[in-house]
Design a binder for this molecule. Structure first.
Ligand SMILES: [Mn+2]
Length: 191
């Protein structure tokens, strides 16, 4: 089982996260930002990760941001040396009117390129401009290359939720075992 745990405490927030990449989609997420909990639960459910995440803090922005820092670090730890994995993974995920593409390379290089625009200022209790920032923070701290594009969509809730579902599926595929691979999938020998 590939498990990563991170505890992060600053003057602004306290975050505890445990992720099992080889889980079954069991989630216990509580940040007190209900829409963020919903997005993270969708991510874990569709990536088939077991995710426990608890965050407390002063402001929405800090709590959401620090949750993603800790989650990114936990994923990186859980991955270890990355031997025998696919390394790249992608997904195109619909949710009614919304259609989202996510592509991941677990390259060890932090490079997010996220394109997601929303009509409303708020997605329930989460500011909509946080969605791009959350994905950038996750990829930066997880040290992976992440492209996300909202290809279509009218409803902001559907678009955001499809983004996190696509992220979960693409990451799960990138982390999955490559049956014939024995070593680290890089010509450099390390990732
Ligand atoms: Mn929903």
């Amino acid at each position: 089982m590939r498990v990563g745990k991170v505890r992060r405490k600053t003057k602004e927030t306290a975050v505890e996260v445990r992720i099992n990449l080889d889980g079954s989609g069991r989630t216990r997420v509580n940040t007190k930002i209900k829409f963020l909990d919903h997005l993270l639960a969708s991510f874990a459910k569709h990536g088939c990760f077991d995710l426990e995440l608890r965050a407390r803090g002063d402001f929405e922005h800090h709590i959401a941001e620090d949750s993603m820092i800790a989650l990114g670090e936990a994923i990186e730890r859980a991955l270890g040396k990355k031997a025998g994995i696919q390394r790249m993974g992608d997904a195109v995920v619909p949710m009614d009117d919304a259609l989202v593409l996510a592509a991941v390379d677990l390259s060890g290089r932090a490079y997010p390129d996220i394109e997601a625009k929303f009509t409303k200022r708020k997605l329930d209790d989460l500011s909509s401009d946080m969605v791009v920032h959350l994905l950038e923070t996750l990829a930066t701290n997880g040290r992976f290359n992440l492209h996300v594009q909202v290809l279509r969509g009218k409803n902001d809730h559907h678009k955001a939720e499809a983004v996190f579902k696509a992220l979960g599926v693409a990451l799960a595929r990138a982390m999955s075992k490559a049956p014939r691979r024995r070593s680290v999938p890089s010509t450099k020998g390390v990732l």
